[in-house]
Design a protein around this ligand. Structure first.
Ligand code: GDP
Length: 198
């Protein structure tokens, strides 16, 4: 798949307003500031396709990007979660939209869960993994900002996350990633290719 061809398609506040539920898409989720927008921009080799968050938690819309000439293959940027200053009621509303999307979207082939390698598996990350598991939805975890750790420490973090997720090993894969160093791009692209093929 040519990820460089990604272009903005539309934004939707709720599942009901998403583009037609056909073809195949891969969605990116993650705690605000984890590095999700940077990861999308790195994978698509675009500087500002997904907006990196100067104000964490502001992007509340589900953003769709089309790959290639038509709109049958898509990347989806889900709202970041966990930003402390957002009122509880708003948080619950986002969580409802996320849950609706994960449960209701038939085109969804897999979920990329972006975590800061230094703060993996937050409470809501684990909630999302539980929702994905309920749907038998495969998840690929990017432990990003890997450049912030020495190589040995990054490898340890990877092993620790893998062992904590052993019960889900059929559905969940994990890798190190760095947008700054462009590391892990081939591995992540291969996973997306597998999901979006066919
Ligand atoms: P989002 O809220 O999850 O979309 O996070 P962003 O992509 O906006 O990134 C949050 C902050 O982390 C920004 O200051 C980025 O420059 C920084 N960042 C993102 N990815 C990396 C990375 O791989 N390495 C380093 N060192 N910083 C990163």
């Amino acid at each position: 798949m040519n990820y460089q061809s990604a272009r903005f398609l539309t934004s939707a506040p709720t599942l009901a307003q998403c583009p037609p539920d056909e073809g195949a898409e891969v969605a990116f989720a993650g705690r605000s500031n984890a590095g999700k927008s940077s990861a999308i921009n790195t994978l698509t080799r675009q500087k500002a396709l997904a907006r990196t968050s100067r104000t964490p938690g502001r992007t509340q819309l589900i953003n769709f990007f089309a790959l290639g000439d038509d709109t049958s293959r898509r990347l989806v940027d889900l709202p970041g979660y966990g930003y402390a200053k957002v009122p509880e009621a708003v948080k619950r509303e986002w969580q409802r939209h996320l849950a609706d999307y994960l449960r209701g979207r038939r085109a969804l082939r897999g979920l990329v869960l972006v975590m800061d390698v230094r703060h993996p598996l937050t409470e809501f990350d684990q909630t999302l993994l539980g929702w994905a598991d309920d749907q038998d939805m495969p998840v690929h975890i990017l432990l990003t900002k890997a450049d912030k750790l020495k190589s040995g420490a990054a490898k340890n973090a990877l092993q620790q996350v893998r062992s904590r997720l052993r019960e889900w090993e059929d559905l969940v894969t994990v890798q190190l990633f760095s947008s700054l160093k462009r590391e892990g791009v081939d591995e992540a692209s291969a996973r997306l290719d597998a999901w979006l093929a066919g």
